[in-house]
Write a protein that binds this ligand. Structure first.
Ligand SMILES: Cc1ncc(COP(=O)(O)O)c(C=O)c1O
Length: 402
């Protein structure tokens, strides 16, 4: 007799805490697409979807690696020539106390491994609000509650230092700083980095410095690496090929561990245990790391030129549009305007897709201060697409809120 499956298989309860705002909108977008409308996607942080291409010399290096037979497993921390190139990059970033470097399947895996290696039940980790949802998803997976600190819109979205101080508890193990920031596009000041480093020193915190957008500083002011201003503090700096080098599909990221050697060593043994248990990151793609970091950087000029023009267009639209105001993004490719509307930003975003076929993400999906409303724009599309999208959002605001 064949056995039939009678009961539903329920997912783990802790997954209820996993938020992914874009998913909430997917069904609305499907509905609109089925009616034959083309959606203007201002929600996708993937440059390759728009007019950006992976630099050809990186593609060549991966192709060559495959032809050279680099198709087996790689060492768990990564291939040597790539690790050396990342150490060189750390030196250029001013990080002088490197204790370890490791390559992972995107920064997403670096985050997963580094948080898993640190946190025990009952511990907490300070994460920014608004946040990039990966952090809260990993914490949910570990059954660790969120301890979110606010970014301060009135202060150009710099971290709210007083809020961080208030939220540190005896069980706080670390703090995440995304710089340049997703979703606000802010870039942290040196003074802010120094103040956060001082708190980390005083409370024995690990700093997770997510610097995946560090070469996409739109106005050419220098990016200051957290680990460079805090050489004695345990810092894991995250970087990768997804954004700076326009290769998100290759899934190559890395962590640079720095700080005073004896303090960070036991933690790094934990990180390496997890690195070994998942075998390795993608192998042939690791051969693009050296040529990316040490080869021509011309693509960055072109990328930044496009981002500057698209950011400026975005800011002009925000300035002239009633009910919208926005802190100018200084890095990455996100803007996070605030909305003055009488209903929730989730309703705004859903109706915008339904009525004008423009897709942005609601601020409540990233977390925000109570009583505030926002939406995130990805300003990667070309000027023509952005202009049509902004004109449609402007019409929507006028028609819906008068
Ligand atoms: C702040 C931040 N960190 C990490 C990631 C994930 O990077 P990766 O593609 O290397 O996994 C993203 C992707 O959008 C991001 O915005």
């Amino acid at each position: 007799m064949p056995v039939t499956q009678a009961r539903e298989i329920a997912p783990a309860v802790r997954l209820e805490k996993v938020r992914y705002a874009i998913r909430d909108l997917a069904s609305v977008a499907d509905e609109v697409a089925k009616q034959g409308h083309k959606i203007l996607p201002l929600n996708i942080g993937d440059p390759i979807t728009f007019d950006f291409q992976t630099p050809p010399h990186l593609i060549e290096a991966v192709y060559q690696a495959m032809r050279d037979g680099k198709n087996g497993y790689a060492p768990s921390s990564g291939v040597n020539e790539a690790l050396l190139a990342i150490r060189g990059e750390a030196a250029r970033k001013g990080i002088t106390t490197v204790q370890d470097v490791f390559i992972t399947t995107g920064v997403s895996e670096t985050v997963d491994i580094c948080l898993t290696a640190l946190l025990n039940p009952g511990d907490n980790l300070l994460t920014p609000c608004p946040d990039y949802p990966l952090y809260s998803a990993v914490l949910a997976k570990l059954d660790i509650g969120l301890n979110a600190y606010y970014l301060n819109e009135e202060d150009g979205w710099q971290p709210d230092l007083e809020d961080i101080k208030r939220k540190i508890t005896p069980r706080t193990r670390g703090i995440v700083l995304i710089n340049p920031n997703n979703p606000t596009g802010s870039v942290a000041t040196r003074k802010m980095l120094e103040q956060i480093a001082e708190l980390a020193r005083r409370h024995n915190l690990v700093i997770f410095a997510d610097e995946i957008y560090d070469k996409l500083i739109i106005d050419d002011d220098p990016h200051v690496a957290m680990a460079a201003v805090a050489p004695d503090v345990p810092v894991i700096t995250f970087g990768g090929l997804s954004k700076n080098y326009l290769a998100p599909g290759w899934r190559i990221g890395w962590g640079i561990a720095s700080g005073e050697a004896s303090g960070i060593k036991p933690y790094l043994e934990g990180v390496n245990k997890l690195l070994r248990s998942r075998l390795c990151a993608n192998h042939p793609e690791q051969y693009a790391i050296k040529v990316a970091l040490e080869g021509p950087q011309d693509h960055l000029l072109e990328v930044k030129r496009k981002l500057r023009s698209r950011r400026d267009l975005t800011m002009e639209w925000c300035a002239e549009t009633p009910r919208v105001s926005c802190v100018a993004p200084r890095g990455a490719f996100y803007a996070y305007p605030s909305l003055d509307i009488p209903e929730g930003d989730d309703v705004f975003v859903t109706e915008l897709i339904r009525q004008k076929y423009v897709m942005v993400v609601h601020g409540s999906g990233f977390g925000q201060r109570p009583g505030t409303k926002h939406f995130r724009i990805v300003f990667l599309p070309d000027e023509k697409t952005l202009t049509s999208a902004y004109s449609a959002i402007g019409d929507f605001l006028r028609e819906r809120y008068r």
